[in-house]
Design a protein around this ligand. Structure first.
Ligand code: GDP
Length: 324
């Protein structure tokens, strides 16, 4: 019998790559979308087979229960969230309800409707906040510094309790930033890729950014969804850091993106107070030894390849027939 995978948040960057991966493995995939949600990127899915989609509001526990009982999944990948740190400062309560309580609604639906299903919960390196050590491991102190991270921390601890005390086979992926041409609009990497492409084509003259010194461990989304799948192929649920182990600054990202189109980023990037955050972890870098040893996982797409693909995708959008 083909295995059945439920992906919440299938229209997002990770949902789309994960759906492609699971469909290639001949799994039956059902993806949930938020009410009225459209794909955030025109490059949503690059596959002939389209998974089944269903609207289900994460704020609605009954809706989540119905989806899980109707589909009876073997594997559940919970990706849906309000995933922007910047937006979480604007609306902390909605962020907590969707990103924090929403995860518990999914776990509760699994516990009551599909208790043998394995669950992968997407957690975030943001949970470490201004981390006490670098690189961070699964044992580093969790100390969130923004509303998004608070919500993810609630989901992470909730998952541990569902696993240890309530019998749900849930594993958490502590994911560091991961990017691709399908990255959502609000993230700095997409903004830089688009800015470099627009400036290269003479459609813009400058790019306004915030904190250029912030350092992030940027990986490629395609590699990270493979780790999610590997986690659920193990007999025992566990938590894993998924990271490249290399931190780069926002300025370094600009350097790679503008270099790709033969420009110097310093000639075009301007800093604007508007894009600074009240609190912003200075350096995030993860140690993924546990995932490498226990899952046999390692990143396959380099930083340079990932940045080049993002800039090329923006150039193609600008040059493509639909944009003329
Ligand atoms: P995050 O790490 O999940 O918050 O991912 P982002 O891509 O939104 O931000 C990564 C880093 O880039 C953070 O330290 C931001 O402060 C920094 N940054 C600098 N300029 C910008 C900007 O214009 N937009 C965003 N989103 N982030 C910026």
């Amino acid at each position: 019998m083909t295995k059945r995978a439920l992906i919440t948040g299938i229209l997002g960057q990770d949902g789309s790559y994960l759906a492609e991966l699971l469909l290639k493995k001949n799994m039956t995939v059902l993806g949930t979308t938020a009410p009225g949600e459209q794909p955030r990127s025109p490059r949503w899915l690059d596959s002939d087979v389209i998974p089944e989609l269903m609207e289900a509001d994460l704020a609605d526990a009954d809706a989540m229960r119905e989806v899980v009982s109707g589909f009876d999944p073997d594997e559940v990948y919970h990706l849906a969230a309000q995933s922007s740190v910047a937006a979480s400062f604007e609306d902390p309560l909605a962020t907590f309800d969707i990103t924090g309580s929403g995860a518990l609604r999914v776990l509760e639906a699994v516990r009551t409707q599909a208790p043998t299903a394995r669950v992968m919960l997407a957690c975030s390196a943001e949970m470490f906040g201004q981390a006490e050590e670098t690189p961070q491991t699964e044992n580093t102190l969790i100390c969130p510094v923004n509303p998004y991270a608070v919500a993810k921390t609630a989901a992470y601890h909730g998952a541990r309790v569902y696993r240890e005390a309530m019998g749900v086979a849930v594993s958490c992926a502590i994911l560091y930033n991961h990017e691709s041409p399908r990255r959502g609009d609000g993230f700095v990497t997409r903004k830089i890729a688009r800015g470099a492409a627009q400036i290269a084509r003479g459609k813009a003259s400058e790019l306004l950014l915030g904190n250029l010194q912030a350092q992030r461990d940027w990986g490629a989304a395609q590699d990270y969804v493979r780790a999610m799948w590997l986690m659920l192929q193990r007999p025992k649920p566990d938590d894993f850091i998924i990271a490249t182990g290399q931190a780069r600054s926002v300025g370094d990202f600009c350097d790679a993106a503008f270099n790709h189109v033969g420009l110097h980023w310093q000639d075009h990037v301007r800093v604007s107070e508007e894009f600074f955050r009240p609190t912003d972890p200075a350096l995030m870098c993860g140690n993924s030894s546990k995932a490498r040893e226990m899952l046999g996982w390692q990143p396959e797409i380099s930083f340079e390849q990932m940045v080049a693909a993002m800039v090329d995708a923006e150039l193609a959008l600008l040059d493509g027939p639909s944009q003329k």
